[in-house]
Design a protein around this ligand. Structure first.
Ligand SMILES: Cc1cc2nc3c(=O)[nH]c(=O)nc-3n(C[C@H](O)[C@H](O)[C@H](O)COP(=O)(O)OP(=O)(O)OC[C@H]3O[C@@H](n4cnc5c(N)ncnc54)[C@H](O)[C@@H]3O)c2cc1C
Length: 450
């Protein structure tokens, strides 16, 4: 009997096990442009942890690769499949099981979309804070599996700071619970956070218990222009003293791309910083004065939410403006904040050397930069130079004490860089951990660790 027929029999007539190639093709990859992929032999649209357990038990016994898929919004090829793989999608497991407002927690299935939880929490004056730019369509399970970040994470921390407990289906098919719904817990080793950021390589997250917070007040927004990125990056480090709930940087290449699309009046600026304060609004004036110590060209701030939307438009338009110029490769590295300026200078030199446009923007407050390489659609040699630039950018970040990925994950495109920043002993420890949870290496093989 084929694996498809055997799985179909085990899962029963009501299961959604798809093998139609027109449909499986749409489950073969995420949003990373150059990661390899092939349509899987089947896609299970799982409806329960029990169904996943049955499928994993069979896959483990027969050593079938399993690729877990949230919403497929990833940017590292993490959800990309191979022809011999079974994709298990969590998209149907999208129920908010409970919002416990007294304990400020939410209990959800892993396929719930991030913004849906935040909207439900909003009704109760609460918020789910982690805000990846993909929050309108990425799943909470995917966010936990990649330890997603976002703009407000400079103040509130990335996804790991908001996960209290989870249900996981192990490669063996066993269903386990990790963590505790309590705010504090130091009972036993912290296996919960081992799963946060594990990118589908250790088990399948089926439920999550997540922190909610009292909804922050509408923020004040400040925008400041500087003659160059070095000054803007130095100002960003100084602005951390105001506990910003957003601190973003946009370089001149990106500003020019935005201006060419929608002129917003930034043509004279060498770089822009955007900051939000969701408490201590009165400190905007002091923050502006701090910027003056870094050759501020101009700065304004406002409490008005309509103004805020206008002011942050330049950051929201950064990536789409670069996308208009050609095919793009969006990189993701994290650096000590004091190294941002040097990083940007070296990436600018790389851009000249390889004759490629590279726009740089990102989360200045936590040193997470997204250099975006632009090349002409259909130009194969430019595409190869872009991939070279992508790699060199990671190596520049690593040489400055940074890391290969700040938030998008290692997936299938960055495993080759991991050895540059951890020792052979630590790589062996990582492999040993993988073996404990997934002895037959069926879960997302070849991803995350070299
Ligand atoms: C326009 C755009 C903007 C983005 N902005 C941000 C941003 O600001 N911050 C950020 O961090 N990321 C961002 N991303 C990347 C992406 O949205 C995140 O990585 C997101 O967390 C992925 O969630 P997903 O549900 O789409 O997961 P997928 O892409 O489906 O999967 C991502 C990885 O997690 C694994 N996985 C998914 N679900 C589970 C599960 N239930 N159990 C175990 N493993 C699982 C997959 O196997 C894969 O390795 C952006 C992407 C796009 C396209």
């Amino acid at each position: 009997m084929s694996h498809l027929a055997a799985l179909s029999k085990l899962l029963g007539p009501d299961c959604s096990l798809i093998s139609d190639p027109d449909i499986t093709a749409s489950y073969s990859r995420d949003q990373a442009p150059f990661a390899t992929s092939s349509p899987p032999f089947a896609v299970l649209l799982a409806r329960s942890a029990q169904e996943i357990s049955i499928a994993l038990q069979y896959a483990n016994e027969h050593k079938i690769s399993v690729v877990t898929r949230g919403a497929g919004s990833g940017l590292s090829g993490g959800a990309n499949s191979t022809a011999d793989a079974l994709v298990i999608s969590l998209e149907k497991m999208n129920q908010i099981i409970e919002i416990d407002s007294a304990n400020q927690i939410a209990h959800v299935q892993a396929g719930v979309i991030n913004i849906d939880l935040d909207n439900a929490a909003k009704e109760l004056g609460l918020a789910y804070l982690p805000d990846p730019a993909s929050r309108d369509w990425s799943s909470l399970g995917g966010n936990a599996a990649t330890n997603a970040g976002g703009m407000c994470c400079v103040k509130y921390g990335v996804t790991s700071a908001h996960v209290r407990a989870m249900q996981v289906v192990l490669a063996s098919g066993e269903i386990i619970e990790l963590g505790s719904p309590t705010k504090k817990s130091v009972t036993t080793y912290d296996l919960l956070h081992l799963f946060v950021g594990s990118e589908g390589t250790l088990g399948i997250i089926t439920e999550l218990t997540l922190n909610l917070a009292i909804r922050p007040a509408a923020p004040s927004t400040l925008i400041a222009t500087f003659p160059n990125i070095t000054k803007a990056a130095s100002a960003a480090a100084a602005l951390l003293q105001y506990r910003p709930s957003m601190l973003e940087i946009v370089d001149q290449t990106t500003l020019k791309a935005v201006e060419a699309w929608h002129p917003l009046g930034f043509e004279v600026a060498g770089a822009v910083l955007l900051m939000q304060l969701d408490e201590n609004h009165a400190q905007c004036e002091a923050a502006l004065n701090t910027c003056k110590g870094f050759d501020l060209i101009d700065g304004v701030y406002s409490d008005d939410p309509a103004d805020a939307a206008d002011l942050i438009r330049v950051r929201k338009m950064a990536y789409p403006a670069l996308e208009r110029m050609g095919a793009t490769l969006l990189d993701d590295v994290a650096l000590p904040i004091t190294k941002i300026a040097e990083f940007v200078e070296r990436v600018e030199a790389l851009s000249k050397k390889l004759e490629l446009v590279i726009g740089i923007f990102g989360h200045a407050g936590d040193g997470n930069m997204h250099p975006t390489i632009v090349h002409d659609h259909g130009d194969e040699t430019a595409a190869q130079r872009a991939q070279k630039a992508f790699s060199e950018i990671v190596e520049i970040a690593q040489s400055l004490g940074g890391t290969a990925s700040g938030e998008h994950g290692i997936g299938s495109i960055k495993a080759g860089f991991v050895a540059n920043e951890i020792s052979a002993t630590v790589i062996e420890l990582q492999r040993a951990v993988k073996k404990v949870f997934d002895p037959n290496s069926i879960l997302n093989p070849g991803k995350k660790i070299p």
